[in-house]
Design a protein around this ligand. Structure first.
Ligand code: GSH
Length: 220
């Protein structure tokens, strides 16, 4: 979802190849495209980019008009920080709340995953407050004059790579009924209602491929 959303938001035409995961031929199929054996991978001419955040960076540099990172350097540094935090962290949330967009699941979510969810909520609320076109104050309390804050419902106003990085978590909050109120809830709603996010959701709803290891957990 993350790489796909980034390419959609770059507004460039692209062709999608879907590879079924957790199957005997998955590794072989992915390695036709990706040297890491992981998806997503972006092929552009002779170039292969095999990591979602690297894909975002490449698209942001190649198609600057798409504004995939915030324009302001301070906001951009924060956007990169929270994107990197998502990329390398939140292991408990990912482990105990696997992404299952179509389902509503009642479970006793372990405290460590709830702690991750709390950190995500705090990131969403504080980023919206400082950079989302609302109050728009810098870390030291100053309003950043060069911020050129854009209005919009996303973390930095307009949709950026940071929103793509957190989009799967928006889905996890919904699937597992994780607590969500106030600005963080409004933000999650905005991502859910984004037309490109909805395109992915509709495709997921009609998807017939299954990932066997995630089918053990039953929806209630
Ligand atoms: N750092 C990578 C992680 C990618 C990753 O873990 N992808 C999983 C699917 S979400 C994968 O390719 N799994 C291969 C498999 O299940 O065989 C990125 O975000 O691009």
């Amino acid at each position: 979802m993350r790489g796909w959303l980034m390419v959609k938001k770059s507004r460039q035409p692209f062709e999608e190849v879907v590879v079924g995961l957790d199957r005997p031929d998955t590794a072989e199929n992915i390695r036709k495209y990706s040297p890491s054996g992981r998806v997503p991978v972006l092929l552009s001419g002779n170039l292969t980019v095999w990591d979602s955040l690297a894909i975002g960076e490449y698209l942001a540099e190649t198609y600057p008009a798409a504004n995939l990172w915030p324009k302001d350097a301070e906001a951009r540094a924060v956007a990169r920080s929270i994107s990197a935090e998502m990329h390398s962290g939140f292991v408990a949330l990912r482990t105990h709340c696997p992404m299952k967009m179509k389902e509503q699941i009642q479970q006793d979510t372990p405290q460590e995953a709830l702690d991750d969810a709390a950190r995500v909520r705090a990131i969403w609320a504080s980023t919206r407050e400082r950079y989302g076109g609302g109050a728009g104050f810098a870390c030291d309390g100053r309003r950043p004059e060069a911020a050129a804050l854009e209005t919009g419902p996303f973390l930095f106003g307009a949709f950026t790579i940071a929103d793509a990085m957190y989009a799967p978590v928006v889905s996890r909050f919904r699937t597992y009924g994780l607590p969500l109120t106030g600005p963080a809830a409004a933000y999650a709603e905005a991502v859910w209602n984004d037309p490109d996010f909805q395109l992915w959701y509709e495709a997921a709803r009609s998807e017939t491929l299954r990932v066997p290891k995630y089918e053990v957990q039953k929806a209630t």
